[in-house]
Design a protein around this ligand. Structure first.
Ligand SMILES: CSCC[C@H](NC=O)C(=O)O
Ligand SMILES: [Zn+2]
Ligand SMILES: [Zn+2]
Length: 405
């Protein structure tokens, strides 16, 4: 043991131990913890429940509260962890001799939750008044689509009253010295396709079966997937495309067959009249979503198939990363001033930032984690305590420039 643990690291590890993993996140546990911390740190705090699940809102009032505010948003829920696949208990927040802390949520995104909380505590402690209102929101259910989280919250009067001018939310760990910052994300479309066709005895040549029609459609779609994959991997690594710049399409659901339950409880000699396929499609903000919808209509209508969306958005706004966006200019320059390089990218998955950007409010996805493998949703997710502490210092140096802008 080399001395006492940094206090913010201890708070981080305590927060990691709260079981906010799906499918049954302990939101009362996380809420109680955050409210208690806010009290301890002298942060104004309330729990908003009008949209269903608790949202913890903290505030530091600025000297000019009439100006648009700065919002630090983080989600408190985490994805499940499969104990057998981990080398440590995923909710014990074990720290090894190198300072690596292992737990579900170390990267996604309990680190940022606690960094926002601890940096706000530092601001209060410093006693220095900043210009704008600074808000912290700790929201539920990001990992399952935010249907009872950020999505309805941005439609409330409560949110409008916060008069948000810019939001900071999660990004990704970066395996190199540089830090990534996200100014947009790919639209998540979950498409469920259903085929209906002829039935008959499995020993005959039945024409136009549901499975056949679905297979042809799937093959066309997987060809598109292949083309996108090639597009991503061609060219030089340095100047080439990133995952956020191409469309991914994955076949994640597949259903057919008469009968159900475990093998072999199926009627293998009956041609099923129905076959279904589900795709997780992620579309970059540079792609015209109406055109892409037409493409899906084309793929399916050629076989007379129907489809519906399990998740859909017709809108996918980006935040400007040119110098005429003063939020971005300030963010970038503040980072440069402390010697860190920000690489702007499109987030490959979806975060709560999308709801904010779609209101026309700028949002940046930034997790101050470099020289660390990207392990969100993975086994043995970890973060080094030194990286966590440095991230806290980075926020402390960058955020006041935005709040005082
Ligand atoms: C359609 S909402 C899904 C949100 C989820 N977010 C993080 O993993 C994702 O799959 O990107
Ligand atoms: Zn996340
Ligand atoms: Zn996640």
């Amino acid at each position: 043991m080399s001395g006492e643990e940094n206090k913010s690291v201890t708070v981080f590890r305590e927060f990691l131990k709260i079981r906010t993993d799906h499918p049954k996140p302990d939101y009362e546990g996380s809420t109680t913890f955050l409210v208690q911390k806010a009290k301890e740190y002298g942060l104004e705090c309330e729990v908003y429940r009008e949209t269903g699940l608790p949202i913890v809102i903290m505030k530091i009032e600025g000297s000019d509260p009439s100006l648009p505010s700065v919002l630090l948003n983080s989600h408190v829920d985490v994805v499940p962890a499969v104990r057998e696949c981990w080398n440590t208990e995923p909710f014990a927040a074990i720290k090894d001799e190198n300072g690596n802390i292992f737990a579900r949520g170390t990267q996604d995104m309990k680190c940022v939750c606690i960094q926002f909380l601890e940096v706000a505590a530092r601001f209060v402690k410093s006693g220095k008044k900043m210009k704008r209102n600074l808000y912290l929101t700790f929201v539920p259910d990001e990992e399952i689509g935010a249907g009872q989280g950020m999505e309805p919250f941005v439609e409330t009067q409560k949110f409008r009253d916060m008069n948000v001018g810019v939001a900071i939310d999660e990004g990704l760990a970066s395996p190199t010295e540089e830090f990534t910052v996200f100014y947009g994300e790919r639209a998540p479309w979950w498409v469920h396709i259903t085929a209906v066709g002829n039935t008959g005895h499995g020993s005959r040549f039945i024409e136009n079966t549901a499975v056949e029609k679905l297979m042809r459609t799937i093959n066309k779609m997987l060809q598109f997937r292949h083309d996108q994959f090639t597009d991503l991997h061609k060219g030089h690594h340095e100047c080439g495309k990133k995952l956020g710049d191409v469309t991914t399409l994955n076949l994640t659901v597949l259903k057919a067959g008469v009968g159900e339950g475990p093998f072999p409880n199926y009627s293998y000699n009956v041609i099923p009249t129905k076959a279904e396929a589900g795709f997780d499609i992620r579309i970059p903000p540079t792609v015209n979503l109406e055109d892409f919808l037409k493409q899906i209509r084309e793929w399916t209508s050629e076989e007379g198939l129907s489809f519906e969306f399990a998740n859909y958005t017709a809108k996918n706004e980006m935040t400007g990363v040119t110098d005429d966006n003063t939020w971005w200019k300030t963010f970038k320059q503040s980072a440069e001033n402390i010697g860190i390089k920000l690489v702007p990218e499109i987030f490959p998955a979806a975060t709560d930032s999308r709801f904010i950007r779609n209101l026309g409010i700028p949002a940046f996805g930034f997790s101050p984690i470099n020289n660390t493998p990207i392990l969100l949703h993975d086994h043995n997710e970890f973060l080094n305590e030194k990286t966590f502490i440095r991230g806290l210092d980075i926020y402390e140096q960058i955020l006041p420039n935005l709040v005082n802008l």
